[in-house]
Design a protein around this ligand. Structure first.
Ligand code: NAD
Length: 287
């Protein structure tokens, strides 16, 4: 049976490190880092992510404010809010929770955030720094995955990392991180138009699923001994739960665990790591 990679435990380590660094700053008379979170609309998943981020910030001594707006807010108003946050010296990090309502251009909003405060690492300047290997903010979910691998003692150098999914949030930035000097994986990115996907997945030493479909990764896609990282967060109906659903990943966990050397659970895997990296980025922004 595969070894379970405990994202809760590993993220707690990172949060403790951030907490200690924040305490050190305040001992030297510096103010607490400040994260401004902008939430637009009523999407329950977004509201729950934002709540988790705010709570985690408070726990490590980062001040955070969640600014909530009705879904009917205009694009111009959102850009105005961001400009005010850009100018406000007491704000270190700005996070606009995605997705945005359809009438607001996501890319315009991302472009408007000052790269110095871009703790989500979505701005083209941040992405460019990542691609050419310059120091900058870390893309939260991909960097959380790399931290998991490092802290679990998993070798990445020369290993074949197959990523399923090519989104700007997970697949593409993760591919760039895994290629970075010092991490040194050989990377293949698969997507909805990839033919022979199972055959490619089976070649992975490290298999990352970031698709958004429950049980997409089946046993025949996993090489014996592979490390399986499940990024997916999917709601499936479950009448036995009070809320009527449960969260599952993109991997058929039961089947893959019988072959993999290491595997991440959902929930309790990549999710908590994402928040921990956001806190690291906010601390970095304050520095
Ligand atoms: P996305 O919808 O932007 O991208 C999904 C990707 O999957 C696309 O690149 C697409 O090409 C690929 N895909 C879709 N169908 C496919 C198929 N049949 N075969 C091969 N590839 C296919 O999603 P995303 O934002 O990257 O998120 C993916 C999943 O990860 C979602 O479940 C999301 O909720 C989750 N997620 C989790 C975290 C976290 O912190 N754990 C963070 C971000 C996203």
């Amino acid at each position: 049976m595969a070894h379970l990679i405990d994202g809760k435990m590993l993220s707690a380590q990172i949060r403790d490190e951030v907490k200690a660094a924040v305490a050190l700053r305040s001992a030297s008379g510096k103010r607490a880092p400040y994260l401004a979170v902008v939430l637009i609309g009523e999407d329950p998943a977004s509201a729950s992510y934002v709540k988790g981020k705010a709570k985690a910030s408070t726990e490590v001594g980062i001040d955070s404010d969640t600014m909530t707006y009705d879904a009917s807010i205009s694009e111009a108003e959102v850009l105005d809010i961001i400009e005010r946050l850009n100018q406000d010296e007491s704000v270190d990090g700005i996070l606009v929770q995605l997705p945005l309502p359809a009438h607001i251009d996501e890319q315009k909003v991302i472009h408007a955030i000052s790269p110095a405060k871009d703790v989500d690492c979505f701005h083209p300047e941040s992405v460019g720094n990542l691609v050419i290997g310059l120091d900058g903010f870390q893309p939260a979910t991909p960097a959380g995955i790399v931290e998991m691998l490092k802290r679990t003692g998993i070798e990445t150098s020369g290993k074949h990392c197959v990523i399923i999914g090519r989104s700007n949030i997970v697949g593409k930035p993760l591919a760039n991180l895994m290629l970075k000097k010092g991490i040194d994986a050989t990377v293949t990115v698969c997507h909805s138009r990839t033919s022979n996907l199972a055959e490619i997945a089976r070649q992975a030493d490290i298999l990352v699923a970031a698709i958004g479909r429950p049980n997409f990764v089946t046993k025949d896609m996993v090489k014996p001994g592979a490390v399986v990282i499940d990024v997916g967060i999917n709601r499936v109906d479950d009448e036995s739960r009070e809320r009527g659903y449960r969260l599952v990943g993109d991997v058929d966990f039961e089947a893959a665990s019988t072959l993999a050397s290491h595997i991440t659970p959902v929930p309790g895997g990549v999710g908590p790591m994402t928040i921990a990296v956001l806190l690291q980025n906010t601390l970095k922004a304050a520095k």
